[in-house]
Design a protein around this ligand. Structure first.
Ligand code: MG
Length: 161
């Protein structure tokens, strides 16, 4: 049994770095405006996993209007969702993530992002894809006012021997 999931997140950007993405503080002159640490990559990935499991979304489990989640490290959210996935008897087959951001360029940090994400997800880097693109100057993302991340994940049922 395989299950596919899709997650998407968008955050406004404000002046002052660093930019928190994939659990890494990327040198930048912008950061995301958010209730938690604003790691929209982790939010999109967590939502993709929940979607694959038909378990609603991260807003359901981690409301953005509660004191408990204020400034929260989003890696805690992702790890909790991974626990839920394991309880349901699934593992990640592979994940494909696309970041749309005008600046900074993510290429210098891509290896670090891929390695760290693979480690958190407990899979090899050959099962992790992270891509980045600009929005060609179009719309709010193109003006550098926002960042969007979309994630697709394929889950595979774990069979006990
Ligand atoms: Mg978010």
């Amino acid at each position: 049994m395989m299950r596919i999931g899709y997650g998407e997140d968008i955050h406004r950007l404000e002046s002052g770095g660093p930019l928190r993405l994939f659990g890494i503080d990327i040198p930048a002159n912008v950061h995301t405006l958010a209730h938690s640490d604003g790691d929209c990559a982790y939010h999109a990935i967590a939502d993709a996993i929940l979607g694959a499991l038909s378990l609603r979304d991260i807003g359901y489990y981690f409301p953005d209007n509660e004191e408990e989640t204020a400034g929260m490290d989003s890696e805690i959210i992702l790890r909790k969702v991974l626990e839920m996935m394991e309880e349901e008897g699934y593992m990640i087959n592979n994940i494909d993530v696309l970041v749309t951001l005008e600046r900074p360029r993510l290429s210098p940090y891509m290896d670090e992002c891929i390695n760290h994400l693979a480690e958190v997800l407990g899979i090899t880097t050959s099962r992790v894809a992270i891509k980045a693109m600009t929005n060609e100057g179009l719309g709010a993302i193109g003006e550098g006012l926002a960042i969007r991340v979309v994630a697709n994940v394929l889950l595979e049922e774990v069979f006990d021997e």
